[in-house]
Design a protein around this ligand. Structure first.
Ligand code: NDP
Length: 278
């Protein structure tokens, strides 16, 4: 019997996850199926239980994307530490008596930075733009890499300040660096080695009010949005920074989910190359 997986979202038609997991399965010889499921905005839990109850093979897990990551967090009967810190779940594993919620987004970003882009966060001054779900999910994984500094800057300053305080006080978190939070005005006179855009501004074509000197000539500018040239990427390029989009993070978070489910870590480079080529 083929083990079944799916990704739930709304919208979901654009999702690249079925292709990524099909490529992982072919590469590693794992017998799985993986489909994209459009859940009604108020029908996530129902869609998951329908998926679990139907089909030919056993339902083993699911990925969860916008707008259901917080609901998946509540639906899970057990959660990993990184899901607890993120306050959101993008990976569910269905076990006999439990639904385990995990979050692989942060691990995906860190792997993309370190292994694909040669940009180790250790010792770097990091600026994280945005204080929504995507930003929250990557803070702990970044802190665990021991950067020199992590500053969270957001349009709504209070949200950044609240988020920074929450992670500065995270119980049981053995990290030396405490994040700070600010509004964009707080970036005056500051420069960073790594600038990560975790806002959704790129989706609406909006640009961010960043002083050009936040990027140094050896800085890396990482845009979490993928598949388009955003205003942030153009700003960073103009300032001479090295620019990457979020496609690598997407593939790496999928690889981490595949590892959680199957215990096998796929090679991501050929999958990333296949996606870039299409
Ligand atoms: P949320 O809606 O939770 O948060 C949006 C954030 O963007 C907030 O901090 C918001 O600021 C800020 N923002 C929105 N519009 C603007 C603007 N015009 N100017 C300045 N700030 C703005 O979204 P998520 O955190 O879930 O997602 C953020 C992005 O990350 C999305 O584009 C998503 O596609 C991408 N992403 C990519 C992944 C990948 O694998 N590559 C994985 C996960 C997410 P405020 O608080 O002031 O409203």
């Amino acid at each position: 019997m083929t083990d079944r997986y799916a990704v739930f979202g709304n919208p979901i038609g654009h999702s690249r996850s079925p292709r990524i997991h099909a490529l992982f399965a072919a590469q590693t010889g794992q017998d799985i199926s993986y489909e994209a499921i459009l859940a009604a905005k108020d029908g996530f839990a129902t869609a998951v239980s329908t998926f679990m109850a139907s089909g030919d093979g056993p339902a083993k897990g699911a990925n969860v994307t916008v707008p259901f990551k917080e609901e998946a967090f509540r639906l899970a009967t057990r959660r990993t530490a990184r899901a607890e810190a993120a306050g959101a779940v993008n990976t569910l594993s269905f076990e006999q008596d439990a639904m385990i919620g995990d979050n692989t987004d942060g691990a995906g970003l860190v792997r993309d930075l370190k292994h694909n882009l040669g940009c180790d966060p250790a010792g770097r001054r990091i600026l994280l733009l945005g204080a929504g779900g995507a930003a929250r999910g990557v803070i702990l994984p970044l802190l665990l890499e021991r950067p020199a500094e992590l500053l969270i800057a957001n349009r709504t300053e209070q949200t950044a300040a609240r988020l920074a305080l929450e992670f500065a006080r995270l119980p049981g978190c053995a990290v030396d660096v405490k994040p700070d939070g600010t509004g964009f005005a707080g970036l005056a006179g500051r420069q960073f080695d790594l600038v990560i855009n975790a806002t959704s501004a790129g989706l609406s074509g909006a640009s961010l009010p960043l002083p050009p000197y936040v990027f140094g000539p050896r800085s890396v500018a990482y845009e979490m949005v993928y598949g388009r040239e955003t205003a942030f990427m153009a700003q960073a390029r103009a300032a001479g920074a090295r620019v990457a989009d979020g496609l690598g993070m997407l593939v790496e978070q999928a690889a981490e989910a595949f590892f959680v489910w199957r215990g096998v870590r796929p090679h991501t480079a050929p999958v990333l190359a296949a996606l870039k080529g299409s």
